[in-house]
Design a protein around this ligand. Structure first.
Ligand code: ZN
Length: 317
């Protein structure tokens, strides 16, 4: 390992910090990635933090930005690479779920493909240049423009016991109560696990707002994790109560139409409970929604507009 920390055209010498904007071409269109490099004065692990893989999840973006702006190299043991807005085309377009250039959700195509479409090229660049430099990876999310959610942390269940255990430990340390195991292929954290890097995906925020309490769930979690890893001074974080959920069931719409949920986010639901319906554009019920299991509603789409295949809500159990 050299003393210099380098990502793309940006670099930071030992004990230095730098920030800049990396130009990238995605399907021929130029986009810019804001990047913070903090190269600690003393040795320690490398932490990679990303926000804005989904460009309208504002609490995650603001939290990553604040960390990038405030983390000082003289107090850091190790290194941090922070990218507050990964999918800048989505941020600019206020796009839900997808990169607007190709209509693809970047969080399903990692580790990407340099010769693929925009989302795949973006994933590939981030994976090769940023993610694989880390010893630990935190991907911040926050409920999209049309989603209400209770904060929860996904930890990767990849099949490599050592990486899986380290991911679960990171999730526990982060401090959000609900911990959900994830086996989603193509996600950021699954690609990190592929490279042997433990990672978590933390969700806090939603509906296009970025309240302090939502941002704090992310910034407190990052601070706790960095103290736990010995990257920052301060006491080891106090354990907080957590609840591990092995099931994370997404219900999806079978139709285009109007969506009428009957429960609130964070509600406890029972198997068979009426959760609302999807109606056609004249208001006739097309799809009654019933709970397939007992659990907690971790996220709930809050828009009247519903598209075939889109998520309606998710239940953790
Ligand atoms: Zn997201």
């Amino acid at each position: 390992m050299t003393d210099e920390l380098r990502v793309g055209a940006l670099s930071a010498a030992r004990g230095q910090k730098s920030s800049g904007v990396q130009a990238l071409k995605l399907q021929g269109q130029t986009t810019e990635l804001p990047i913070f490099l903090i190269n600690g004065a003393s040795d320690g692990p490398t932490l990679v933090v990303t926000g804005g893989i989904h460009g309208a999840e504002y609490a995650s973006i603001e939290a990553a930005l604040r960390l990038g702006r405030t983390l000082a190299p003289d107090h850091l043991r190790g290194r941090a690479i922070i990218v507050p807005v990964v999918d800048m085309p989505a941020f600019k377009a206020r796009s839900i779920y997808i990169c607007p250039i190709d209509g693809i959700n970047p969080n399903r195509v990692f580790p990407g493909n340099p010769n693929g479409t925009a989302a795949e090229q973006l994933a590939d660049w981030l994976y090769r240049n940023v993610m694989t430099q880390g010893n630990y990876y935190v991907d911040l999310h926050g409920g999209d423009l049309n989603e209400a959610l209770v904060p929860f942390t996904l930890f990767q269940k990849f099949g490599n016991e050592k990486v899986d255990q380290a991911s679960l430990e990171m999730a526990k340390v982060f401090g959000i109560r609900y911990l959900v195991s994830s086996e989603v292929k193509g996600s950021t954290t699954s690609a990190a696990a592929l490279a042997g890097i433990p990672g978590i995906l933390a969700e806090s925020g939603g509906q296009g707002v970025w309240r302090e309490e939502h941002i704090a769930a992310h910034t407190n979690g990052l601070n706790r994790l960095m103290r736990h890893l010995g990257m920052l001074d301060g006491p080891k974080p106090e354990p907080l109560p957590t609840q591990v959920m092995d099931q994370f069931v997404w219900l999806r719409s079978e139709h285009d139409g109007y969506y009428y949920p009957k429960v609130d986010v964070a509600a406890t639901v029972r198997k068979g409970q009426d959760l609302g319906h999807v109606a056609d554009f004249r208001g006739n019920v097309l799809q009654p929604i019933t709970a397939p299991l007992d659990g907690t509603v971790l996220f709930l789409v809050s828009s009247l507009a519903m598209n075939k295949g889109d998520p309606l809500l998710a239940i953790g159990a």
